[in-house]
Design a protein around this ligand. Structure first.
Ligand SMILES: Cc1cc2nc3c(=O)[nH]c(=O)nc-3n(C[C@H](O)[C@H](O)[C@H](O)COP(=O)(O)OP(=O)(O)OC[C@H]3O[C@@H](n4cnc5c(N)ncnc54)[C@H](O)[C@@H]3O)c2cc1C
Length: 357
C-alpha cells in the first residue's frame, strides 16, 4: 500500500498521522526540522488555552489524561490580567484554562504525541522541508499539509494571511507546580502580551498585527517588571502568518491535498488560540482521507466561529485605548464569574463544538 504523506510533525500532523495508522494506512511524516518540536525560534514554549480534555480526547481518540501526558499539560493555577497597569484577577477554572508545553523537550505535548505515533508505527523523515507549490503539487492526492505558522506553507497553498509581529523571551526558573499566566493589555500592543511558566520554564511574549518596535518592547518590559518583577536578558524578534478570513480560508482542501491545523484556518482569530483547533483538525484531516463529505461537515462545524470572530476583532481593533480599557474592565470580571461569558469564549475556539457533541 502506498504511504500517506503528512507534511509537518506538529499538533495537527501528529494527530492526523496517528489516526491514519489506526485506519490501517502506512504513514510517513515529513518535517523540516531535524527532530520533533517545531521551530527553535518559537519553542520550547508554554502556551495557554481553554480545553475540555475529556471531550477533546473522546473526539481525537487519544488518551490525554494526566497519567499519560505527564507534565506536558497542566491546569493554570494562577492567572490575572494587567489592564493598562491595573491588575484584574481572572479565574481560569471558568474556562478550563490549561498550559501546554510545546517544543522538543521530553516534557512537551509534541514529544508525547510523537511517542504515540512511533508506537502506532508512523514513519518520520526529519530535515525534509516542503517549500513551494511545485513541491506540494508533486505529492500524491490526499497528502496532508500541516506546516503551522510558517510563511512557506501559506504561500505554497496560496492561503491568505496577515503578518503578525512578535517579541519572545524565555529562561529557566526553579521547577515548581506554580503554572501561571498573566495577560497584559496596554498602549504597547493592539493585541496583547503574556507571561507564562510551567516545567521550570518562564516566557514572555508580546505581539500584534502591526509592526512592533523597540519602544513597544521597552514599555512592556517596564510594565512586566512593575507587575511581576520578571526580567529577561534577551528577546527574539520574528514574524509569522496568521489566517485571514476569505473565500479561501478556512478550508479543508487545496486542490487534491488536505489542509490541517493553523494552515487550514483552525486558529481562533481573537486571541490566537491555535492548539485546540490544531488537535481537532488533525483528526478531521485523517477522516478526509477516508470520507471527504463527512470530514467537510466536521470541518465546517469546527471552523464556524472563525469568520465572526475575525470580523469582531477587525471591528474592535481601531477603538481608542481609553475605550478598550473600559471594555476590558467590564469583560474580564464577567469571564471569571459568569459561566455564560466563558462559554462565548470557548465556542469561538475551532473544534470546540465538535468535541461538545
Ligand atoms: C510563539 C508561539 C506562541 C503561541 N502561543 C499559543 C498559546 O498560548 N495558545 C494557543 O492556543 N496557541 C498558541 N500558539 C499557536 C499554536 O502554537 C499553533 O496554532 C499550533 O501549534 C498550530 O498547530 P499546527 O499543527 O498547525 O502547527 P505546528 O504545531 O506549529 O506544527 C507545524 C510543523 O510543521 C513543520 N514545518 C513548518 N514548515 C515546514 C516545511 N516547509 N516543510 C516541512 N515541515 C514544516 C514545523 O517544523 C512543525 O513541526 C502559539 C504559537 C507560537 C509560534
Amino acid at each position: 500500500m502506498a504511504e500517506n504523506i503528512v507534511v509537518g510533525a506538529g499538533l495537527a500532523g501528529l494527530v492526523a498521522a496517528i489516526n491514519l495508522r489506526r485506519d490501517g494506512r502506512e504513514v510517513v511524516v515529513l518535517d523540516k526540522e531535524s527532530r520533533v518540536g517545531g521551530s527553535p525560534v518559537f519553542h520550547p514554549s508554554a502556551g495557554g488555552t481553554p480545553v475540555d480534555f475529556e471531550a477533546l480526547e473522546r473526539y481525537i481518540d487519544l488518551d490525554l489524561s494526566p497519567g499519560k501526558v505527564g507534565p506536558a499539560v497542566a491546569p493554570i493555577k494562577r492567572c490575572g490580567a494587567v489592564v493598562y497597569g491595573q491588575v484584574v484577577p481572572v479565574d481560569m477554572a471558568a474556562i478550563s484554562g490549561h498550559l501546554f508545553e510545546r517544543g522538543p523537550r521530553s516534557t512537551s505535548i509534541d514529544s508525547y504525541l510523537y511517542g504515540l505515533a512511533l508506537e502506532e508505527g508512523v514513519r518520520f523523515e526529519f530535515g525534509r522541508a516542503v517549500w513551494s507549490n511545485d513541491d506540494i503539487a508533486k505529492m500524491p492526492p490526499d497528502t496532508i499539509i500541516a506546516t503551522g505558522l510558517n510563511f512557506e506553507g501559506f504561500d505554497a497553498t496560496r492561503t491568505p494571511y496577515l503578518t503578525s509581529f512578535h517579541f519572545l523571551a524565555r529562561q529557566t526558573i526553579p521547577a515548581s507546580d506554580d503554572n501561571h499566566v498573566m495577560i497584559y493589555h496596554g498602549r504597547y500592543t493592539r493585541d496583547y502580551a503574556y507571561t507564562s511558566s510551567m516545567n521550570g520554564m518562564q516566557m514572555a511574549h508580546v505581539f500584534q498585527r502591526d509592526p512592533i518596535g523597540g519602544d513597544t518592547l521597552k514599555a512592556f518590559e517596564e510594565q512586566m517588571y512593575r507587575t511581576e518583577g520578571i526580567e529577561f536578558d534577551s528577546w527574539e524578534h520574528f514574524t509569522f502568518p496568521v489566517p485571514a478570513a476569505s473565500r479561501r480560508n478556512p478550508r479543508l482542501f487545496a486542490g487534491d491535498k488536505i489542509l490541517a491545523g493553523t494552515l487550514a484556518g483552525c486558529m481562533e482569530s481573537y486571541m490566537f488560540f491555535g492548539m485546540h483547533g490544531a488537535l481537532v483538525s488533525g483528526k478531521i484531516a485523517a477522516l478526509a482521507v477516508r470520507d471527504k463529505s463527512v470530514a467537510l461537515a466536521e470541518f465546517e462545524l469546527a471552523t464556524s466561529s472563525f469568520a465572526p470572530a475575525y470580523f469582531l476583532k477587525k471591528l474592535t481593533r481601531p477603538v481608542p485605548h481609553a475605550l478598550h480599557k473600559r471594555q476590558l474592565k467590564l469583560a474580564l470580571p464577567m469571564l471569571s464569574t459568569s459561566p455564560r461569558a466563558g462559554r462565548v469564549m470557548m465556542v469561538a475556539m475551532p473544534g470546540w463544538k465538535n468535541c461538545e457533541r
